[in-house]
Design a protein around this ligand. Sequence first.
Ligand code: ATR
Length: 273
Amino acid sequence: PSQFAVFGHPIAHSLSPRIHQAFARQCDIALEYRTIDAAPVDFAAAVHGFFAAGGAGANVTLPHKGAAFALAGERSEAATRAGTANVLSRLPDGRLAAHNTDGAGLVRDLTERHRVDLRGHDALMLGAGGAARAVAWSLLDAGVQTLTIVNRTPETADALADAIGEPARVHTRYWDDLANLGSYDLIVNATSAGVLGGGLKLPMSLVGARALCYDLAYGAAAIDFVAWAKAAKARYAWDGLGMLVEQAAEAFELWHGRRPDTEPVYQALRAAV
Ligand code: ATR
């Protein structure tokens, strides 16, 4: 069977092997999918070793998404915009192609699983790092009317807004001003505060009457933000488990040319996580 893997550090608790194996069973495809723990200094060598030994494709997660983008010989538009990659594929000539399926995964989770029409939404994005860059363009492409980016370090928010280059739709504001910004229809937590265990102190005034609050992280890392959104009476408060499954489905389709049915896999993980 063909060989797949997810690279990360740490990686032991990754759900990706389980997701891809479930998709493969659905589609009657034989594959092996394992986790590879590589420290940052060893990442490039580990990736090249994996593909040299016949690896067909790899997922990449923290902290390697930037390095995965950098080592690829070819890059998709989504990866180029993000400056990061969560998927590596082997090209026929042996070089590696970098993709980023996180933005497409988020939009699919919102619009197909949750049936939300993003058109006309005024969106607030908390954070401007790799995760934010991976989803910002996708939200705009999905019809979000305005996107306000707020980051603890304002220069990074400005750099992302400049990279998007749509000054009529994309604005930046200061983190210290969050209490004065009014309310939003969509609030995306793209900070790593939950992953790092630091709490965000967010004003409830951000949450509009029909607001959808979404944390790109899932499980324990999303608990604080989801609890804040519920306390602020958000209409919806979701973690990123659906996005995780959908970004995997996008990768699966790139590798196998087949689109799996994500719903049973999502439901099984939701019951387990
Ligand atoms: P990721 O790949 O998860 O996006 P990253 O590129 O390191 O990781 O970006 C982390 C993001 O979370 C950044 O926007 C960071 O803000 P800074 O640019 O100011 O560092 C944000 N972040 C992390 N911890 C935070 C905290 N406690 N409060 C606010 N923002 C935080």
